[in-house]
Design a protein around this ligand. Structure first.
Ligand SMILES: [Cu+2]
Length: 367
C-alpha cells in the first residue's frame, strides 16, 4: 500500500516525467513542422467559403491565412441604423477558414494603425492559451502570427476576446468559423462518405443599438463614444436586431443563396454569443451535425436544429424542389421582426409527387 505522502511524491514524479516528454516531443515537432508543405489561402467574405478539398490531398500541411481587423460604421437595416462595427477582414461574420485534421492553421492577424481598439482571437478549434487569445493581443499598428494544430474535426467559432471587453467586441461583429474536415472527408451515420456540391456560411449576430429619448437609434462618431450606451443595452439582454451576415436582408432577394434541384448544400451556421435554432422552410436537414463536430454521427431528417451560443453547426441538404426557400432562426419573432431570415433560390423541375396543389383556392361551394 502506498501512504498518502508516497502517493503524492509519486504523482509529482510522474507529472515531472510527463512534463519532460512534451518538451522533447515539442522540439521534434518544431523540426517536423518546418518540413511540412505550406499553402497560402486567400479568404472570401461570407456566405461564400474559400475553395478547398473535402478529402485531404496528401499529408498534413501548414495552411496560412491573413486577416485584417477593420473597425467601421455598418448600416444594419433598411432604416439606416448604424452599428459601430468591429470586424475580422471587413465582414460580419469574419471569413470561414477550412483546414483538415492534422493540418496546422497559421493566422497572421493585422490591426491597422487607423483602428481605435486592441484585439485578439480565441479559436475554439485550438488548444491552449485561451484558444490563442493570450498570444494574439495586438494594439493598433501591430500584427501577430499564431499557429495551432487542428486536432479535432468540426465547425468551431473564433472570436475576439480582449480582456475586459469580450462581449462588446463579439456583439459588434468579431466572430467567425474554422471548419476542420476529417482527412478522409465527411461520413454519414453509417460511416459512408458524404459530399457537398456547394457550401454556404451563415453567421448569426445579435446587435444592441442604443436609442435616444425619442426611441430613435443613436449614431456615434467613434467606438469609444458608443461604448457606455451600448453596454447598457447589452446588459438588458434584449437585442434590437438579430441578423444573418451582418445586416437585415444580407442574404435575401438579390442576395439570396442559390442552388439547383439535386444539389447537396452544406450550410454552416454560427452564433458566437447566443442560442439559435435554424430551420429551412420547405426543406430539411438531411444530415445535421448540430454541435458541428464531425467525430459524432450526424442526426438525420431534422426539421429545426439547435446551435448553442458560442458554437457553429453544420447541415447537409439535397434540394428536391425548385423555388424560394426561407432559411430562418425559428424563433419567428427574431426571424421576421428582428431580421434573422435568409433565402435560397433553387432552380429545377417541380416534383408533383412530393407536392401538388390539387385544387386552387376558390369560393367554398354551396351544397
Ligand atoms: Cu476585438
Amino acid at each position: 500500500m502506498f501512504t498518502r505522502r508516497e502517493a503524492l511524491i509519486g504523482a509529482v514524479v510522474a507529472a515531472a516525467a510527463a512534463a519532460a516528454i512534451p518538451a522533447f516531443a515539442a522540439q521534434a515537432q518544431t523540426a517536423d513542422i518546418a518540413a511540412l508543405p505550406r499553402q497560402k489561402v486567400s479568404l472570401v467574405a461570407p456566405p461564400f467559403v474559400h475553395e478547398h478539398d473535402q478529402v485531404a490531398n496528401g499529408g498534413p500541411k501548414v495552411v496560412e491565412f491573413t486577416m485584417k481587423i477593420e473597425e467601421k460604421p455598418i448600416v444594419i437595416d433598411d432604416e439606416g441604423t448604424t452599428l459601430r462595427g468591429m470586424t475580422f477582414n471587413g465582414s460580419i461574420p469574419g471569413p470561414m477558414m477550412v483546414v483538415h485534421e492534422g493540418d496546422y492553421l497559421e493566422l497572421t492577424l493585422v490591426n491597422p494603425e487607423t483602428n481605435e481598439m486592441p484585439h485578439n482571437i480565441d479559436f475554439h478549434a485550438a488548444t491552449g492559451a485561451l484558444g490563442g487569445g493570450a498570444l494574439t493581443h495586438v494594439n493598433p499598428g501591430e500584427q501577430v502570427t499564431l499557429r495551432f494544430k487542428a486536432t479535432r474535426t468540426g465547425t468551431f467559432v473564433y472570436h475576439c476576446a480582449p480582456e475586459g471587453m469580450i462581449p462588446w467586441h463579439v456583439v459588434s461583429g468579431m466572430s467567425g468559423t474554422v471548419m476542420v474536415l476529417p482527412r478522409e472527408g465527411l461520413k454519414n451515420e453509417k460511416g459512408e462518405p458524404v459530399r457537398y456540391d456547394k457550401i454556404f456560411y451563415v453567421g448569426e449576430n445579435e446587435f444592441y443599438i442604443p436609442r435616444d429619448e425619442n426611441g430613435k437609434y443613436k449614431k456615434y462618431e467613434s467606438l469609444g463614444e458608443s461604448y457606455d450606451d451600448t453596454l447598457k443595452v447589452m446588459r438588458g439582454l434584449i437585442p434590437t436586431h438579430v441578423v444573418f451576415n451582418g445586416k437585415v436582408g444580407s442574404l435575401t432577394g438579390k442576395n439570396a443563396m442559390t442552388a439547383k434541384v439535386g444539389e447537396t448544400v452544406m450550410i454552416v451556421h454560427s452564433q458566437a454569443n447566443r442560442d439559435t435554432r435554424p430551420h429551412l422552410i420547405g426543406g430539411h436537414g438531411d444530415y445535421v451535425w448540430e454541435e458541428g463536430k464531425f467525430a459524432n454521427p450526424p442526426a438525420k431528417d431534422l426539421e429545426t436544429w439547435f446551435i448553442r451560443g458560442g458554437s457553429a453547426g453544420a447541415a447537409l441538404y439535397t434540394f428536391l424542389q425548385p423555388g424560394v426557400y426561407a432559411y430562418v432562426n425559428h424563433n419567428l419573432i427574431e426571424a421576421v421582426e428582428l431580421g434573422a431570415t435568409a433565402h435560397f433560390t433553387v432552380e429545377g423541375e417541380w416534383n408533383d409527387d412530393l407536392m401538388k396543389q390539387v385544387d386552387a383556392p376558390r369560393p367554398i361551394p354551396m351544397n
